[in-house]
Design a protein around this ligand. Structure first.
Ligand code: HEM
Length: 537
């Protein structure tokens, strides 16, 4: 950037004054009043007390005092960029979503990558899941695909999310560790929740220490639905495949990078985009019907499971290019509000109990984090298509209803009567028959916690398997309670005997524990089959 000519005057006390001379804009208060002196508070006498009459001083300090907003309760550390999504081919047979109707259509997007556990100021190379959240500003509203770089999740039911996050974040008495899964509470929790074991394999693998955001895959994780113009629904899993391929660092590198440059991932994305080396991903779909879903032993509504790509290949349907950094980090990356419930006509939810819970959580958390109901008025969150409704007022209202009517139905003409329903064009929830009685019950089809963990571990090369066992030994060696370490190994025995033995030896366990049995799982409040048949009758 070109430096300005140095025009400086000195004040009576030797302080620096830079003036508008040389073509600079006039400094004003937030009310627009021009400021003559930004170096000295108003005083009673040059060495006397400050005067409360000094509105400029009070406004400046008040605004500074209020700069911080709550950081995200999870995924606090993140970095975002603008770009576009380009549709390869119309997908009209699968979905009526406008974004998938025309080949070559470009839709603006904002993407935020993040780590999950660490605070806003934590280091980039933590061993952690990476968030991969995409906001598509489509012509029929914002669609948020709020995914991660790992295709499965720790838990099956959103009711366990606060427990999971509490266990992974700082322990409440000591407020550490800040950003690692290397402590008793985390291992205690996951070893009591065998459903986490598949995710544990991924999180101990190289996937959890990516070389940069540009070398990561992304996943929508849950099974969603696509719905076409005839109302036909198809299940879908969303995938992002990086054009650069996948790369990770090894743990020793991660530790050094964190020390030398905790901003390593942000710097990488900034430098790449600023130098015109735009990162690119392909969006891929796995689509399937109910019969295909029924052919598996596991449940496609279970977010701890994936559909193997060798059974159902991923079909590329478009590309994502990130080509512009935000002008202001806070206004865009910090204030962006992703919400899983932001879908558009042609996309719908499945009954995945984790997804259903998320659909409540994100709006709720944005209301608190962004200070009220009008966060959609912020440019980064506002749709880029026309939008009209009768919601009004609240803090910072920017888009109140135009005209006389703020209710409907009404008798006023189109100039003042406001918007009306669009029966054909609007969003239609897919009609579904309810299934069974109202119960707190997890289906049997969610019960196998080890097969896919084993499948993932055994799909790894020898060196990748060694990284997993090294990571388990390292992380568990920071876990001080022997019984918890043993409980983790008892699960590993159900995944892979050699892995369990390697980890047990690495930890110096005197004896190999017994393999965990389903009876060791926490009680899930399951009604007996007798109780259920009574319920049904
Ligand atoms: C934030 C992904 C499960 C609650 C995020 C973000 C991502 C993400 C990517 C960061 C968004 C951003 O960059 O601003 C996921 C995935 C999940 C999952 C892939 C499982 C498949 C859950 C569950 C809940 C939850 C089960 C709660 C029931 C939250 C909250 C935030 C968040 C409260 C903070 C949002 C904010 O303040 O902007 N999640 N999450 N997540 N997630 Fe999740």
């Amino acid at each position: 950037a070109k430096l300005g000519d140095e025009v400086i005057t000195r004040g009576a006390g030797g302080e620096t004054h830079q003036t508008t001379e040389g073509g600079y804009k006039t400094l004003t208060t937030q009310q627009g009043m021009p400021v003559a002196d930004d170096q000295n508070t108003l005083r009673q006498g040059a060495r006397g007390p400050a005067l409360i009459e000094d509105g400029h001083f009070r406004e400046k300090i008040f605004h500074f005092d209020h700069e911080r907003i709550p950081e995200r309760v999870v995924h606090a550390r993140g970095y975002g960029a603008h770009g576009f999504f380009e549709t390869y081919q119309p997908l009209t047979d699968l979905t009526r979503a406008d974004i998938f109707q025309r080949a070559g259509e470009k839709t603006p997007v904002f993407v935020r990558f993040s780590t999950v556990a660490g605070n806003k100021g934590s280091a980039d190379l933590a061993r952690d899941v990476r968030g991969f959240a995409v906001k598509f500003y489509t012509k029929e509203g914002n669609w948020d695909l709020v995914g991660n770089n790992i295709p499965v999740f720790f838990i099956q039911d959103a009711i366990k999310f606060p427990d999971l996050v509490h266990s992974v974040k700082q322990e409440p008495d000591r407020d550490f560790p800040q950003a690692q899964s290397a402590h008793d509470n985390f291992w205690d929790f996951v070893s009591l929740m065998p459903e986490a074991m598949h995710m544990i394999m991924w999180i101990m693998s190289d996937r959890a220490i990516p070389r940069s955001f540009r070398f990561m895959e992304g996943f929508g994780v849950h099974t969603f639905r696509l719905v076409n113009a005839e109302g036909k629904s198809t299940f879908v899993k969303f995938h992002w495949k990086p054009k650069l391929g996948m790369q990770s660092v090894v743990w020793n590198e991660a530790v050094k990078i964190n020390g030398a440059d905790p901003d390593f991932h942000r710097r990488d994305l900034w430098n790449a985009i600023q130098s015109g080396d735009y990162p690119e991903w392909e969006l891929g779909l796995q689509t399937f019907d109910q019969d295909f879903a029924d052919s598996f032993d596991f449940d496609v509504l279970d977010a701890t499971k994936l559909i193997p790509e060798d059974i159902l290949p991923v079909t590329p349907v478009g590309r994502l290019v990130l080509d512009r950094m935000p002008e202001n980090f806070f206004a865009e990356t910090e204030q962006v509000a992703f919400m899983t419930q932001n879908i558009v006509p042609g996309i719908d939810f499945s009954n995945d109990p984790l997804l259903q819970g998320r659909n409540f959580s994100y709006l709720d958390t944005q209301l608190k984090r962004l200070g009220g109901p009008n966060f959609t008025h912020l440019p980064i969150n506002a749709p880029k298509c026309p939008f009209h409704n009768f919601q009004q007022d609240g803090h910072m209202a920017f888009h109140n209803p135009k005209g006389r009517a703020n209710y409907e139905p009404n008798s006023w003409g189109p100039e003042i009567g406001g918007p009306r329903e669009a029966p054909m064009q609007g969003f239609q929830t897919l009609a579904q028959e309810p299934e069974g009685p109202k119960v707190r019950l997890r289906a049997e089809s969610f019960a196998d916690h080890y097969s896919q963990a084993r499948q993932f571990y055994r799909s790894q090369t020898a060196i990748e398997q060694k990284h997993i066992s090294d990571a388990l030994v390292f992380e568990l060696s920071n876990c001080e309670t022997p019984a918890i370490r043993e409980r983790v190994v008892s699960h590993l025995l159900n995944i892979d005997g050699d892995l369990a033995k390697t980890v047990a030896a690495g930890l110096g366990l005197p004896n190999l524990p017994k393999a965990a049995t389903p009876a060791a799982q926490p009680k899930m409040d399951l009604p007996t089959s007798d109780a259920l048949s009574i319920l049904k009758n």
